[in-house]
Design a protein around this ligand. Structure first.
Ligand SMILES: *[C@@H]1O[C@H](CO)[C@@H](O)[C@H](O)[C@H]1NC(C)=O
Ligand SMILES: *[C@@H]1O[C@H](CO)[C@@H](O)[C@H](O)[C@H]1NC(C)=O
Ligand SMILES: *[C@@H]1O[C@H](CO)[C@@H](O)[C@H](O)[C@H]1NC(C)=O
Ligand SMILES: *[C@@H]1O[C@H](CO)[C@@H](O)[C@H](O)[C@H]1NC(C)=O
Ligand SMILES: *[C@@H]1O[C@H](CO)[C@@H](O)[C@H](O)[C@H]1NC(C)=O
Ligand SMILES: *[C@@H]1O[C@H](CO)[C@@H](O)[C@H](O)[C@H]1NC(C)=O
Ligand SMILES: *[C@@H]1O[C@H](CO)[C@@H](O)[C@H](O)[C@H]1NC(C)=O
Ligand SMILES: *[C@@H]1O[C@H](CO)[C@@H](O)[C@H](O)[C@H]1NC(C)=O
Length: 385
């Protein structure tokens, strides 16, 4: 119902307003307009019900960036992207059809003069997150769907034009010529119909200090509490940990997600995508990574201190619980963490591992009423059990 209403709203808005894309000269399709293809295939146009060649890279592989245009990913630091419903709303307005449409009073507006439903959210609480994925290949045509690994997520995307994506500290260098990246977004089911967004771009990891390869990415799983679907609790053992593929959903070919219209896969805790850097995507991130299932054993995070060139604070965690089993039993039913969230996706497993200055260790607690995987950074000296 709501979806129908907002679709109708979007239909009456001028064409410049609506949807969203990642904008940068490094992207494929930077200058594609609504006239370039027989159909509207602007980078902001949503993707659904398409054959593979139409949806993959937004069918923009024939529109590569100019030589030398590359989006830099500084290891351990944020990369700031510009996400907007129109190129004219970005710093790259000079090559936009309608020129500069940025909002002078709010240069961070992703879609000037439009309601938030134009970029598919009923408000801040209805944001579902977006992601950047990377393939360690320098030729976009060689990239296959399973080559992408999500390395950074922003849960409050699309809300502002300038959107920070934290780059994992341990990202290895790209091959000569750089890597291939892509922006992925699936919006709230309450603000518009089912759609995917994908924009490919050339990227390069800078300041790399690690040679640990990114692990082969796996399918994300719907493991968080899911109130609209009457699932009241997180099921941490059902989550995919480590390197995860982006969602390919609602097309005719090569989907990897098959959720229904009103249960889209989204880049947040519902699918164990932590906000920020996906620090556990490397081949050595876990010492044990069981196949996920509601009753499976939980994974064990590796102590990666040895792999880091930076000095790290080493605190030995000596609880007997951590020696014998990945579970700690905590009989405190009341949770005092800031973990709960008001939205449909609550805080769940967050295998955030470390940045270059800290090492991470894992502490799994099973509460009577709330199971979650809890990771404590070792540089926090007060480790509470
Ligand atoms: C998509 O693929 C189907 C099945 O191969 C084919 O019948 C259809 O014409 C294709 N559509 C387009 C737009 O290429
Ligand atoms: C996009 O258009 C601008 C302005 O015409 C041009 O300078 C730039 O080279 C074009 N970029 C690509 C990748 O075609
Ligand atoms: C998401 O982007 C916003 C806007 O740039 C930024 O304030 C926020 O810190 C980012 N979130 C993360 C986890 O980096
Ligand atoms: C990628 O970054 C590395 C490290 O800064 C640099 O040596 C390399 O030339 C860059 N590659 C491209 C294609 O920009
Ligand atoms: C476990 O994950 C699968 C795959 O996403 C999902 O279909 C199923 O509903 C999940 N079950 C539980 C109990 O979380
Ligand atoms: C931690 O404690 C264990 C058991 O006492 C010991 O074997 C191990 O060497 C210690 N590790 C560090 C990093 O101090
Ligand atoms: C935790 O909940 C269980 C089940 O409701 C109850 O029996 C137990 O007393 C509770 N423990 C604490 C510490 O509140
Ligand atoms: C916790 O779980 C127990 C047993 O599953 C249940 O009886 C109790 O009502 C729950 N408590 C809360 C606060 O949800």
């Amino acid at each position: 119902m709501l979806a129908v209403v907002s679709l109708a709203l979007i239909a009456i808005l001028p064409r410049v307003s609506g949807h969203s894309a990642f904008w940068h000269p490094s992207m494929f399709g930077f200058n594609v307009t609504d006239k370039t293809f027989p159909y509207d295939n602007r980078p902001v146009a949503p993707i659904k019900n398409m054959n593979f060649t139409e949806w993959w890279f937004h069918n923009h592989l024939d529109f590569p960036p100019n030589d030398g245009d590359i989006f830099e990913l500084p290891a351990g630091k944020p990369a700031t992207a510009q996400i907007a419903c129109n190129k004219g709303a970005t710093d790259f307005f000079a090559s936009a059809d309608g020129g500069d449409i940025r909002e002078p009073n709010n240069m961070n507006d992703p879609c000037p003069n439009s309601p938030t439903t134009a970029y598919h959210t009923n408000g801040f609480d209805d944001l579902k997150g977006c992601s950047l994925a990377i393939a360690y290949k320098n030729d976009a045509r060689a990239v296959q769907p399973e080559d992408f690994t999500v390395f950074s997520v922003n849960h409050t995307c699309v809300w502002t034009r300038f959107t920070d994506f934290q780059v994992p500290a341990r990202m290895p260098p790209c091959p000569e010529g750089g890597c291939i990246c892509a922006f992925f977004w699936i919006h709230s089911p309450l603000s518009g119909g089912e759609e995917n967004y994908m924009n490919g771009f050339k990227c390069n990891v800078t300041g790399s200090t690690s040679n640990s390869a990114v692990a082969k990415s796996k399918l994300p799983r719907r493991c968080g509490s899911d109130l609209p679907n009457q699932k009241l609790q997180d099921v941490p053992a059902n989550c995919t940990y480590g390197a995860k593929q982006p969602f390919y959903w609602f097309n005719n070919e090569l989907n990897n997600m098959f959720e229904g219209t009103f249960s889209p896969p989204v880049y947040n805790d519902l699918y164990n995508f932590a906000d920020g850097a996906q620090d556990d995507i490397f081949i050595d991130s876990y010492t044990q990574l069981p196949d996920p299932a509601p009753n499976a054993a939980l994974p064990i995070v590796a102590d990666i201190a040895a792999n880091l060139p930076m000095p790290s604070i080493n605190i030995n965690i000596t609880s007997p619980l951590s020696q014998s089993a990945p579970y700690g039993v905590d009989d405190d039913n009341s949770t005092t963490t800031s973990a709960s969230s008001s939205g449909s996706s609550s805080y769940i497993a967050k295998p955030v591992m470390s940045d270059s200055h800290v090492t991470a260790n894992i502490h799994l607690r099973r509460r009577m009423n709330r199971s979650r995987l809890d990771i404590h950074r070792r540089n926090k000296r007060n480790i509470v059990w």
